[in-house]
Design a protein around this ligand. Structure first.
Ligand code: AMP
Length: 233
């Protein structure tokens, strides 16, 4: 059954799909700010757990550093808790959101479907950020993140004014462990094997909309807004 089929999406509940480095995070950050909605990046949530030294963080860290996926049960519990969809079916979804980096496997997508169906809800948008693999490799190796405010910079496409320093807050820029060359190849392989099947999953539900994301961030943001305004789904 297609969960929540027939129920019209009333809020803004979007899934952003795409390989690592496709720009989902940057776009989600900007759009969430403009629309004042929740941006849920499972990668950011996990990095916060790691930084906080929590039990989940300790369990997730070795998978993340190696460019592997964190096991489904951990991720599903984390996301359901955060968007108010408990497995007991308690609690309405109270806010609109963009999911960035989740789902990443078919079991995760099925769990999200079930949780939404229990709440009588549906996704309103599934956007696939399409970027060719060689461009992804270049982008990931050039990506730097502000250790203080989380802003994302790219030494090729969006360089900070001063090397190694965040334009927004002056924090120092760090390269993520998993953006180092040894982990990048592994992450792209995992994406092809585990996450790319979600394109068919959402296509077969007539939810998927493709966006050419091999363009500058501003152009992609404009195209994204058009896609959404045109009643993409
Ligand atoms: P990201 O910042 O989205 O590239 O995520 C960084 C890392 O966190 C990934 O390489 C995975 O190890 C882990 N991760 C993030 N989201 C998920 C997810 N939905 N399922 C499994 N692992 C995830």
């Amino acid at each position: 059954m297609t969960p929540a089929a027939g129920s019209r999406p009333t809020g803004f509940r979007a899934v952003f799909l795409g390989a690592p480095g496709a720009g989902k995070g940057t776009q989600a950050q900007t759009l969430a700010k403009v629309r004042q909605i929740l941006h849920l990046s499972t990668g950011d949530m996990l990095r916060a757990e790691v930084a906080g030294g929590t039990e989940l963080g300790l369990r997730a860290k070795s998978f993340m550093d190696a460019g592997k996926l964190v096991p489904d049960d951990l991720i599903i519990a984390m996301v359901e808790g955060r968007i108010g969809l408990t497995s007991a079916g308690k609690g309405p979804i109270t806010r609109d959101w963009i999911l960035d980096g989740f789902p990443r496997t078919v079991p995760q997508a099925e769990a999200l479907d079930r949780a939404l169906a229990r709440a009588g809800m549906a996704l309103s948008h599934v956007v696939f950020f399409d970027v060719p693999s060689p461009v992804l490799v270049r982008r990931l190796s050039a990506r730097w993140t502000c250790a203080r405010c989380g802003a994302i910079w790219n030494t090729e496409s969006k360089p900070p004014k001063q090397q190694g320093v965040c334009d927004h807050c002056g924090g120092s820029l760090k390269q993520r462990t998993d953006d180092r060359p040894e982990a990048v190849g592994q992450r792209l392989e995992v994406y092809e094997r585990e996450t790319a099947p979600l394109l068919d999953f959402y296509q077969s539900r007539n939810l998927l909309r493709r966006l050419d994301a091999n363009r500058s961030p501003d152009v992609v943001q404009h195209a994204l807004i058009q896609l959404i305004q045109n009643g993409a789904i």
